[in-house]
Design a binder for this molecule. Sequence first.
Ligand code: ANZ
Ligand code: ZN
Length: 857
Amino acid sequence: MPSYPFSEIEKKWQKYWKDHKTFKAIEDTNYPPDRRAYLLDMFPYPSGAGLHVGHPEGYTATDIYSRYLRMNGYAVLHPMGFDSFGLPAENYAIKTGTHPRITTKQNIDTFRKQIQAFGFSYDWDRELATSDVDYYRWTQWIFLQLYKKGLAYETEAPINWCPSCLTGLANEEVKEGCCERCGTQVVRKNVRQWMLKITAYAEQLLEDLDDLDWPQSVKVMQRNWIGKSTGAEIDFTLAAPHEKEKITVYTTRPDTIFGATYLVLAPEHPLVMHITSKEQLPAVQAYREETAKKTDLERTELAKKKTGVFTGAYAVNPLTQEKIPVWISDYILVSYGTGAIMAVPAHDERDWAFAKLFGLPVIQTVASEEEWKQKGAAGDYRTPPQECTSADGYAVNSGEFTGLPTREAITRITDYAAARGFGKKAVNYKLRDWVFSRQRYWGEPIPLVHCPSCGVVPLDEKDLPLALPETDSYSPSDTGESPLAKIPEWVNTVCPHCGAAARRETNTMPQWAGSCWYYLRYLDPHNSEEFCSKEKEAYWMPVNLYIGGAEHAVLHLLYARFWHKVLYDLGLVHTKEPFTRLVNQGMITSFSYQRKNKSLVPADEVVQTEDGTFKEKATGEPLERVVAKMSKSLKNVINPDEMIEQYGADSCRMYEMFMGPLDMSKPWNTQGLIGIFRFLEKIWAISEAPLIDCPVNDTSTPENAEITKLLNKTIKKVTEDTASLNFNTAISQMMIFINTLSKSTAVPRFAWEVFVKLLAPYAPHLAEELWEKLGHTGTIAYEDWPLFAGKYCIDTECTIVVQVNGKVRDKFQAAMDAPKADLEAAALKTEGAQRFLDGKQPKKIIVVPNKLVNIVI
Ligand code: ANZ
Ligand code: ZN
């Protein structure tokens, strides 16, 4: 078999595509709107580690789809760029003194080269990097629009503070109480922060999810993150000596109010110091100080034991008129609802734990369906329950509301409170405003000025960009201020409003800012007048398919939707949502090797024995092969450059698609890549043999008839599977076809031409070369996608499985749609059936046409 010269072929065609700008996207209005496609990859953060084999998984998928749509007559926009602001470059600069601009440029150059080696059909003229001043000028411009719309505000707020990175973190960047980047325990600290009012869009962000063609899991995560809760606010008047004051609580269960035996305030609640009695003051104060040190997570999910202090004050339950004590506890968050609750220990787990700890009374107000059936309205529900249940049921011990099903009781009691002026319906969201500032250097400067007389003044739009100044000191100051605060030439400026001496804002934007709108800049990346022209936006938007990792379910994907909605409300984009369809690629894992005690052994310390099992080199201990995340320490990281070098880009692309369904996690196995390489070698070998000329879909010889049938079936399968992103099964079908061609004595030219086109999106370099070998000039990229002739796709024969008592015993070939009696007779004659029948008469025979015959004996 002549070896397949992939290296020359791939270099040759990559140069051709570049020289001819083959994949340049143009806004040609001859393409109707439904023939335009915007296919987007989540652009990479150019880390120092270089490309991971997980990156090209999604990129190959969008690339196959892009190439497929071009061949189907679509105008396609398929761009690539870099998300290049962020902490690692800055941390590296602190360590080495190399400017983040320099390392970022080096990393981008490496990434670009690695990505280009795969032969993706990007329009490279649209490349962008979020840290380029021509790009972030428009990030700053959009920020000013948000600011002018009242969606950016400054606050002195306790934030999640990483004592190691010396920076504030968004809730999303805190993982189990620790900094997502460095793992240090996060603490609370008061810092001056810029916030974005994403909460103003909570309802729209929630509602519009319904119409998106996104994975259900991502939608669920966004819904939970937004966390809409409906209930009521109810006022509790305080008892003397504070009878003029009231505490408003938020509850989702107003139906349980007859069981509210005490109130709990968040320790930071503004009323606390006012109502606390003299005796309780020291304890309350000490408790407030303790609370200030804890994060929300430590106060809620991580808290093992409830804590709290009595304030000495009492309130009156508006339905029972009972005097009930007012406590403070850190399980009540000041930032949610009203920062105060009515505690119903019988039906809320947290209240139950608290009441048990402090010996507070428990009153049942909901009976389960079962209990209600047994005891009914006249039953006795006075004994305090032995456990807490939050399930719905029927109201009990609830005065005139007793007997109402929970949902009805909620409405009725809310209405009752509203009619008497001590309550109203209320909605709350878990979603918090977005902490939009970082005390770091390598980010977009926030284009605002602090003037002693005018306050905060936005820069004039014409004074953008506000460029990052040069410096060689990237460490944040230990006051928590950004390194920019240490550059007086930059900080000191004049007020754009009154001209007096003023100071620039020194916080920078978080890493998520640049990725909130990059898909819009691709539309018009060189525009120096606007962030993107209206015509181009109208031509391409919205994004038809967006592919990327599932880890972005709530961060990037929620922030980008938020900015897009703001731009929509400003009339700057024409759709409410940016990404119509989203697909998450599965993670590419790797094999790893595990000892009996479950510890993992680095791959280079493992040998494979002759019987195919694995053992540890040093000790000979048998190891089990398991699937794990790729990691440097396990030495199981696959380097894409080496794979391309050894097997070529086409093999790598096809292998990653052949590994399994796009959205599933799957382990890398270089043996599988070699299998694909052999498949491409086979294709090459066929192209080296002479072709025969005969009419299209010729059936004049048995061999041609077989090829014609299989070819049309292959067109059908590859078309359907490519269109539905089922690339692995499309490749299987191509393999079936090639196996048949390999056995044939002479391959008809028409069949080969069609196959090369089917191959083109998957192995584009090889396909271009084969197309040229077929005598064509120019690129295959815009050739018409083949159509199948339906009549050749119909099967005339099928395989019938023979079962005896439900177990498979034999099979035979039959004509499609053969009569049942014929199938029964043929099945009984098979050797497998004969053996098990052993002369007996069958009790029953079940026939499933075209599939199986089951003989019951
Ligand atoms: C009384 C009650 C009785 C409650 C019952 C629940 C069950 P979601 O669904 O998360 O909105 N709550 C209200 N504000 C709170 C705060 N700032 N910090 C901690 N907890 C707070 O939950 C709303 C419920 O959480 C509210 O309804 C309140 O407890 C509590 F059988 O009120 B409930
Ligand atoms: Zn001023």
